[in-house]
Every structure is written in C-alpha cells, then in structure tokens.
Design a protein around this ligand. Structure first.
Ligand SMILES: NC(=O)c1ccc[n+]([C@@H]2O[C@H](COP(=O)([O-])OP(=O)(O)OC[C@H]3O[C@@H](n4cnc5c(N)ncnc54)[C@H](O)[C@@H]3O)[C@@H](O)[C@H]2O)c1
Length: 253
C-alpha cells in the first residue's frame, strides 16, 4: 500500500488505534493531522513520526465535542496538506470507564450522573457527526474522500450500564455510515464503519470472549482500515464491517 500524496485526519491520535493509524499511514507515505485533547503526548508522538522522515505528521489540539475546534482541525489539514482523503474517527470509549465512575457509589444506569453519559454521547457520536459535517464540505469540493468510523461489537450487544457507548456506536455503525454513503456517492465520497470486538489497546480486553479465544492485536484493526482506504478497497462503501474474532456469531446458550 502506498499513501504518498494522500492526507488523513486521525482523532484520538495520542493513544491506541488512532495513534497506530497515524504511525502506519505516515510510514506508508501519507500525511496525517493528529487530533486529540492530550497535547503533550500528541506533540511527542507527532515528533516521533516526523523523525522517521516518511509522511508528515501535524499535531492538532482538538476536542471532538466542540464544532469550532473540529472546523479548525479541518482547516488546518487543508492548510497543511491541501486536501483530506481520509477522515478516521478513533476518539472514543465507554464514559463510565473513561470518566472513572465508581460503581460502588453509582451502581446502576439511573444512578450515574447524566453528565457522564453526555460526555460519552458527545465524544463517541457527536464528535464523528461534527467531523462529518465539517469535512464533507472539503471532500465535496475535491470530489473524493473516505469517512471511517470506528464502531464496536457493543453497538450490536448493548450494555445495561455503559449505555452511552452502544447507543453512540450503533449510530455510527448504521445511521451515520449509510447516510454519509448516500450523501457522498455523487461526489465520489465513501463511508465505512469498522467495528472491533476486544482489542488489546488495554490488557483488560483479553477478558472479553471471542470464538477465536483471543482479543485482536491493534494492528489487525488498522490493517483493515488501511485496506479500505487503499486502492484495493475502493468498492467497500456504506457498510459496517465487524472484526471481532467471531464474537457476533457466538451462541447464546
Ligand atoms: N480497545 C477496544 O477493545 C475497542 C473495541 C471496540 C471499539 N473500540 C473503539 O476504538 C476507538 C479507539 O480505541 P482505543 O482503545 O485505541 O482508544 P484509547 O483509549 O487508547 O484512545 C482514545 C483517545 O481518544 C482521546 N480523546 C478522548 N476524548 C477526546 C476528545 N473529546 N477529543 C479528542 N480526543 C479525545 C484520548 O485522549 C485518547 O488518546 C474508540 O472509538 C473505541 O471506542 C475499541
């Protein structure tokens, strides 16, 4: 795969899969705008990529919950690279975990303060929606582009406690991806959602069952994203692709 001359935006790029995507994309010759709220780590990771002398990385402090910051990130990508070929939305996570909610203090769904769930819906769903709205203007002008969302097996399964997460992920997996594919088709713009099962960006994910008896290496998820973005993946559109070791096919007994 060769992404020389291509430009991507990656959100959640200071950590986990958002970072790994940026590293891979630059190693394959592409330029990448790395967006995150964790500025010190973002700067360090962008510098590491640039030291390798392949594609260029630009760090961009951006809270995906803020539309003004999202538009500024889009403008920065266009200013730096002249175009946006791939918009990859990795920022996300379950609010009760990311916000460190104490389950002893807040044992059930209605007990958890609503602002915790607001955060989850805002980061996981509103953020990609904002980026969709912002980058489609640029992609429409270019008459090309790919919008990648990251869903989750939890979007199919639901969760009785981390409710914001499946609600948001299901929105990406089906509503947003299909809608953007419909809007984008006349302009050569594709939309695809990649939905992992457990991924070892954290050791705890090894506890989640799959038919294959293991969690994914993060690189396995990024390889799929890169394939979709590459010349070989150009007919994939409007689809949610599960990459979960067969968890979605597990029996219920
Ligand atoms: N790890 C898994 O098992 C798994 C499984 C299915 C789906 N996913 C999804 O994959 C994506 C990446 O997961 P990961 O485990 O690599 O993530 P991670 O927790 O390693 O990284 C998430 C990044 O998002 C950033 N972030 C948080 N709030 C933000 C905001 N408001 N604006 C911008 N950036 C913000 C964080 O600073 C962090 O760098 C997420 O959307 C997650 O829901 C992960």
């Amino acid at each position: 795969m060769d992404f020389t001359g291509k430009a991507a935006i990656s959100t959640g790029a200071a950590s986990g899969m958002g970072l790994l995507f940026a590293q891979n994309f630059a190693a394959l010759g592409g330029n990448v705008l790395m967006c995150d709220v964790n500025e010190p780590v973002l700067l360090e990771k962008a510098a590491e990529i640039n030291a390798k002398g392949q594609g260029r990385a630009v760090a961009c402090l951006c809270d995906v919950r803020d539309y003004t910051q999202v538009c500024a990130a889009r403008d920065k990508a266009v200013e730096e690279f002249g175009r946006i070929d791939i918009m990859a939305n990795f920022a996300g996570g379950t609010a009760v975990r990311m916000q460190k909610v104490d389950p002893e203090k807040y044992p059930e769904f209605p007990d958890v303060p609503i602002d915790v769930y607001d955060w989850g819906i805002d980061v996981n769903l509103r953020g990609p929606f904002y980026f969709a709205h912002a980058v489609m203007k640029q992609m429409r002008e270019q008459k090309s582009g790919l919008f990648i969302s990251i869903g989750s097996i939890t979007g199919m399964e639901g969760s009785g406690y981390g409710v914001d997460y499946p609600v948001s992920k299901a929105g990406l997996m089906f509503g947003l991806t299909k809608s953007l594919a419909q809007f984008g088709a006349p302009y050569g713009i594709r939309a695809v959602c990649v939905s992992p099962g457990p991924v070892l960006t954290r050791p705890a994910m090894a506890n989640m069952k799959t038919l294959l008896g293991r969690a994914a290496d993060p690189q396995e998820i990024i390889d799929l994203v890169l394939f979709i973005a590459s010349e070989k993946g150009q007919f994939i559109n409007g689809e949610n692709i599960m990459i979960d070791g067969g968890r979605n096919a597990m029996g219920r007994a």
